[in-house]
Design a protein around this ligand. Structure first.
Ligand SMILES: [Cu+2]
Length: 259
C-alpha cells in the first residue's frame, strides 16, 4: 500500500511521505509485536492445558528476576523506538525556521473560517456552510487557495472557542486556540481540490465548519487574489473583528428558511 490506507499519497505535500512512512512503520512494528504475543498466548493455552488424570497443582513460581527484567526492559525498548521515530518526524514536520513564500492567517470562528492572505493584503470571510444533506454543498463552502510548490506558512487564530484546522489529505492538523497563535508550514505539491474540516468539537454547528482547499498554479492563485480585491475584500480581517452575532444571524436565517 503506497499510502497505508490514509487519505493521501506521499507526494501531496512535502510532509505526507514522511507521515505515511511513520504510520506504516508503526503498524508493521505493532503487527510483529502482536503476532509474537498472540503466538505465545496460544502456545501457552495449548502446551499447558489441563490434561486428563492431571489433578495436581502446577509448580507455584513466585519471583523470577530474569523474567521480570525482560518484561520491564522489552516494553521500554519498544516505547523508546516508537518515541525516537515519532519525535524525529515531528521535529521535521513542525520545523518553522524556513522562510515562507506565502503567509496565510486563518481565523477560526463559530462556525466557519476567515482566510487572510497576508502577502496580498486581501481576505476571504467564510460564511457558515448550510448542510442540507443534498449534493452541491461543496460549491457553497469557503475555499482556501494555495499556490502549488510554494512554502506556505499558516498562522492560526481563534475568535471564540478552540477549533482545529484540518486538511485530511495533508495528514496534518493543528489546534486553533483563543489567545494563542499556532504556526505551521507546508508545501502543497499537487494541484487539486481538497477538503478541510474543523477537528475539535466547538459547538452546535461544528459539523458545518467545512472548507475547500484549492491547490492551484501561481497564475490562478494571483487571479483569485485579484478577484478578492475586485470584490472589495482588501485589508485583513482582525481576530475580534467579524462579530460572532453576524455568524449566528446567518445560522438563524437558515433556520427560518427551514421553517
Ligand atoms: Cu470548530
Amino acid at each position: 500500500m503506497e499510502n497505508g490506507f490514509l487519505p493521501s499519497t506521499p507526494e501531496i505535500t512535502n510532509q505526507t511521505g514522511r507521515i505515511i512512512t511513520l504510520w506504516n512503520g508503526a503498524w508493521i512494528a505493532a503487527i510483529v509485536v502482536g503476532v509474537i504475543t498472540w503466538g505465545l498466548m496460544l502456545w501457552c493455552v495449548a502446551a499447558y492445558r489441563k490434561r486428563k488424570a492431571d489433578n495436581k497443582l502446577p509448580v507455584q513460581t513466585r519471583a523470577n528476576v530474569p523474567l521480570e527484567l525482560m518484561y520491564t526492559i522489552v516494553p521500554l525498548l519498544m516505547v523508546g523506538v516508537l518515541f525516537k521515530f515519532t519525535a524525529e518526524a515531528a521535529w521535521e514536520i513542525t520545523d518553522n525556521t524556513a522562510e515562507a513564500d506565502v503567509h496565510i492567517n486563518v481565523v477560526g470562528k463559530q462556525w466557519s473560517w476567515d482566510f487572510n492572505y497576508v502577502d496580498d493584503d486581501v481576505y476571504d470571510p467564510g460564511v457558515q456552510a448550510y448542510l442540507t444533506g443534498e449534493e452541491g454543498v461543496e460549491e457553497t463552502l469557503p475555499t482556501l487557495y494555495l499556490p502549488v510548490g510554494e512554502r506556505v506558512e499558516f498562522t492560526l487564530d481563534s475568535r471564540d472557542v478552540i477549533h482545529s484546522f484540518w486538511i485530511p489529505a495533508f495528514l496534518y492538523k493543528e489546534d486553533v486556540i483563543p489567545g494563542i497563535t499556532n504556526t505551521f508550514q507546508v508545501i502543497p505539491q499537487e494541484e487539486g481540490m481538497y477538503q478541510g474540516k474543523c477537528a475539535e468539537l466547538c459547538g452546535e454547528y461544528h459539523a458545518s465548519m467545512l472548507f475547500n482547499v484549492a491547490v492551484v498554479s501561481r497564475d490562478e492563485y494571483e487571479a483569485r487574489m485579484q478577484e478578492l480585491r475586485d470584490e472589495g475584500y482588501t485589508g485583513q480581517i482582525g481576530v475580534d473583528e467579524y462579530s460572532r452575532d453576524q455568524v449566528v444571524r446567518i445560522t438563524e436565517e437558515h433556520e427560518e428558511e427551514d421553517a
